[in-house]
Design a protein around this ligand. Structure first.
Ligand SMILES: Cc1cc2nc3c(=O)[nH]c(=O)nc-3n(C[C@H](O)[C@H](O)[C@H](O)COP(=O)(O)OP(=O)(O)OC[C@H]3O[C@@H](n4cnc5c(N)ncnc54)[C@H](O)[C@@H]3O)c2cc1C
Length: 264
């Protein structure tokens, strides 16, 4: 049998493209190497191989929306807190996310970390604001004459066990009136800008998406056809389009599949 359209991969993008092309009366073959179609993110690299065959530009693919790992020293400190969730603002490379961080056995996860992982690369440091929406310096300065311990005060705003561990590391807890003004300034700055340097990610196994992929400049934004290879289309995850958490990646897969389906 002769097919009008051959689609490699029956994922979100491929199936949407197949439906749309079929609706237009095109005969479509979907080639899926799994027993089931429509499972999540099972990219195999085949799309990149096809792109390379035609000398199309590829931005190096890497896992994104993925937990980040910590070095052995940091893990020794934070692993006992595995499962603790901390509200924070996490910043890296000009991006920032006000969500929560989840401490894990391998490092950090949770929405703030998954989001920032799309901007992080090896060697980069995250800036973590631990008292989001509060002026740490003002808060500590107001309590300067207090007998309350720093860890106790912080425990009203962040999980107590984390507050204690953080103080053990950076500001051995004592009554607030025991700190000098300079020390209060240093602690406030650290609470505002706690520097964490992950050593890696948990990889494609744990990633929700891939960042990088086929350079969008190679494609018509209307049809998804490769500008330099008539008849060859790229849709979904294989293209260098990465959405944040919240359904945007499925949206891209469906929308790009639908767009191509109108032209194949
Ligand atoms: C755990 C998890 C949670 C997620 N949650 C969300 C979410 O909540 N919201 C959101 O927007 N996105 C989410 N995503 C991302 C979303 O699943 C992907 O963006 C989307 O599935 C991409 O669609 P796609 O069709 O391009 O690729 P895929 O869904 O990966 O489909 C590709 C298909 O191609 C097949 N295939 C690959 N190579 C070959 C080959 N050589 N021959 C034949 N078949 C092949 C694969 O088996 C697969 O079925 C999540 C991903 C994961 C892993």
């Amino acid at each position: 049998m002769k097919w009008d359209v051959i689609i490699i991969g029956g994922g979100a993008a491929g199936l949407f493209c197949a439906m749309e092309a079929g609706r237009r009366g095109r005969t479509v073959l979907v080639v899926e190497h799994n027993d089931e179609v429509g499972r999540k993110i099972l990219i195999s690299g085949f799309g990149y191989r096809v792109a390379r065959q035609f000398n199309l530009k590829i931005i190096p693919p890497a896992p994104a929306l993925v937990p980040l790992t910590l070095n052995a020293q940091d893990l020794a400190v934070f692993t006992p807190l595995s499962g603790v969730s901390i509200p924070a603002v996490v910043r890296c490379e000009g991006a920032e996310f006000a969500e929560s961080i989840l401490l894990t056995h391998r490092g950090m996860s949770g929405p703030a970390i998954l989001q920032i992982s799309s901007y992080w690369s090896r060697g980069k440091t995250l800036s973590v604001e631990l008292l989001p929406g509060k002026n740490a310096h003002e808060m500590l300065a107001k309590m300067r004459e207090s007998d309350a311990e720093l860890a106790t005060l912080l425990g009203f705003h962040i999980p107590k066990r984390f507050a204690q561990t953080w103080c053990d590391l950076y500001a051995p807890s004592k009554p607030l009136r025991g700190y000098s003004e300079t020390e209060i300034g240093v602690i406030a700055e650290r609470l505002h800008n706690w520097q964490v340097t992950p050593v890696g990610t948990e990889g494609f196994q744990k990633a929700e998406v891939t960042k990088g992929g086929l350079d969008t400049g190679e494609l018509s934004s209307k049809t998804m056809e490769a500008r330099r290879v008539p008849g060859l289309y790229f849709i979904g995850e294989v293209v260098d389009v990465t959405g944040q958490l919240g359904g945007y990646n499925f949206q891209w897969a469906w929308a790009s599949g639908f767009a191509a389906g109108q032209y194949v």
